[in-house]
Design a protein around this ligand. Structure first.
Ligand code: NAD
Length: 497
């Protein structure tokens, strides 16, 4: 059977596009090419953007009651059929089914938050700001908004943005990762079933050509990007130079600090879950465990003992950890382990030796634990985005804090301790956007906002929560005077009261 073509979604229909260009999509657990994703030309991209623009006037004028009715239906359908979406994610990304379901649930939370949009969009009102003058504020949608997402969360990351964008009255062009493009199409079909009018949610498949059109086309009013730091920087500078509102979330290097008084079993469980979950392909994965003081030997032993029990294999089977997304990425991650070993790190658990429960051409790499990693090693400095956990040994809390605060990234971090004072000091002093206290992956709930500091986010707005509502709307302040028997008279001065 010829691999299926994964196309664009425009005006509530699948549209092939005219570019003719495609890229292969693989099942990482078998290595098999399962589809060819369309790569949009500039003309294809413009057609999708134009469809979104044509749908905007009606959608922005659709009442909040009608918009929320669609959102509630979308939420119900998603909740009923999330297993289908999880299976699509596992087939193209490789993560295990339970993890794919978790991703869908986190996305669903943003849909649920967006169902409250009538309350979230309420403005302020001031009566009699000046004599007989009232002032109120409203929030209006921007128009066509672009969303560009990475491979590692093909459903959740788009859902950080599009529920609120749509709820606020915008129309959307989503450009998924070309590595796992099918989840976006499934979500598009679900919107149609939920009753979303044609043109409000569109999917543009493609690569840099599609991204560049979203960044420069004057019809697109904002861009929400998630991906690696160099591309995030490029998206931010190109999009803002073209006059757009841009939020660009980048890469990460997340540290966990384990203080000497911590519960080491809890900390070891957490390091394994946060280091190797989703094969380390999470922007909130812990990649550096910073052991403070005399506990390092015990901590390393406990992590190693747990890592050895992880079953690496096909995500549709009884596995704990799936393959990496592509062969090229698998080889790149393995090369970091080689480099770490050559630089003097001790390979305590070696994922290069893994025996997976999966296809022999799958992109396998098992959990890897490196000890005695130093800040000079590439395995420490670079974002690896694979199942590699480095233990860095330091003597004091201040040294641990300094490592984190001098790191160019600032996405997530965690501290493990039973000392409330130390934890409180850490949350105050650490220069990172999302902080966990005895919680390894502190992803905020949908009603808070998600975002890092430093090179992990370019722009002012984080994703979802009130930042999301503000990002997808523009504020207007309206000053009103209704005629009153006392009105009239000329006054050329600046209005006072
Ligand atoms: P990526 O930067 O390679 O790709 C992200 C998107 O940008 C994709 O849609 C891709 O098609 C597009 N793109 C790639 N190269 C481009 C180019 N030269 N010009 C224009 N567009 C381009 O990222 P990825 O490998 O898909 O995802 C992994 C990265 O995403 C990691 O760095 C990870 O930390 C990061 N990430 C960050 C967060 C966060 O919240 N900060 C969340 C998830 C993933």
């Amino acid at each position: 059977m010829a691999p299926q073509v994964i196309s664009h979604w425009v005006d509530n229909e699948v549209v092939t596009g005219s570019s003719g260009g495609t890229a292969p999509v693989t099942n990482p657990a078998t290595g098999e090419v399962t589809g060819q994703v369309a790569l949009a030309s500039v003309e294809d991209a413009r057609a999708v953007i134009d469809a979104a623009a044509a749908a905007f006037p009606d959608w922005r004028d659709t009442s909040l009651a009608k918009r929320t009715a669609v959102l509630f239906r979308f939420r119900e359908l998603l909740n009923e059929r999330k297993d289908e979406l999880a299976a699509i994610i596992t087939a193209e990304h490789g993560k295990v089914l339970s993890d794919a379901l978790g991703e869908v649930s986190r996305g669903q939370e943003v849909v649920e938050f967006a169902c409250g949009i009538p309350h979230l969009l309420k403005g302020g009102y001031t009566e009699n700001a000046s004599t007989n003058i009232d002032v109120h504020s409203i929030r209006q949608p921007l128009g066509v908004v672009g969303i560009i997402s990475p491979f590692n969360f093909p459903a959740m990351v788009p859902m950080w943005f599009f529920p609120l964008a749509i709820a606020c009255g915008n129309t959307v062009v989503l450009k998924p990762s070309e590595k796992d493009p099918s989840a976006a199409l499934w979500l598009a079909e679900l919107w149609k079933e939920a009753g979303l009018p044609a043109g409000v949610f569109n999917v543009l498949q493609g690569d840099k050509t599609a991204v560049d059109e979203l960044l420069t086309n004057p019809t697109v009013k904002s861009v929400s990007f998630v991906g690696s730091t160099p591309i995030a920087q490029y998206v931010y500078s190109t999009g803002t130079a073209a006059g757009k509102r841009v939020q660009a979330l980048g890469g990460a290097k997340n540290h966990a600090v384990i203080l000497p008084d911590a519960d080491l079993d809890l900390a070891a469980d957490a390091m394994v879950n946060a280091g190797f979950g989703s094969a380390g392909e999470r922007c909130m994965a812990i990649s550096a465990a910073v052991a403070v003081g005399p506990i390092a030997d015990d901590l390393v032993a406990k992590i190693a003992e747990r890592a050895a029990t992880i079953k690496t294999g096909d995500g549709t089977k009884d596995s704990d950890m799936g393959p990496l997304v592509t062969q090229a990425h698998r080889d790149k991650v393995a090369s970091y382990i080689d480099a770490g070993e050559a630089d003097g790190a001790k390979v305590v658990v070696d994922g290069r030796q893994v025996t997976p429960d999966g296809g022999q051409d799958g992109f396998w790499l098992g959990p890897t634990l490196l000890d005695n990693v130093t800040p000079a090693m590439s395995v420490y400095t670079d974002e690896i985005f694979g199942p590699v956990l480095s233990v860095v040994r330091v003597d004091t809390y201040d040294e641990a804090l300094d490592l984190i605060n001098t790191n160019p990234y600032g996405n997530g971090t965690a501290i493990f301790t039973n000392d409330g004072g130390a934890a409180r000091r850490f949350q105050n002093e650490v220069q990172v956007g999302m902080v966990g206290i005895n919680v390894p992956i502190p992803v905020p709930m949908a009603y808070y906002s998600f975002g890092g500091w430093k090179n992990s986010l370019f722009g002012d707005s984080h994703a979802h929560g009130m930042d999301g509502v503000q990002f997808f709307t523009r504020q207007k302040a309206i000053t009103t005077r209704w005629l009153d028997p006392s009105h009239g008279g000329l006054n050329l001065g600046f209005p006072t009261n």
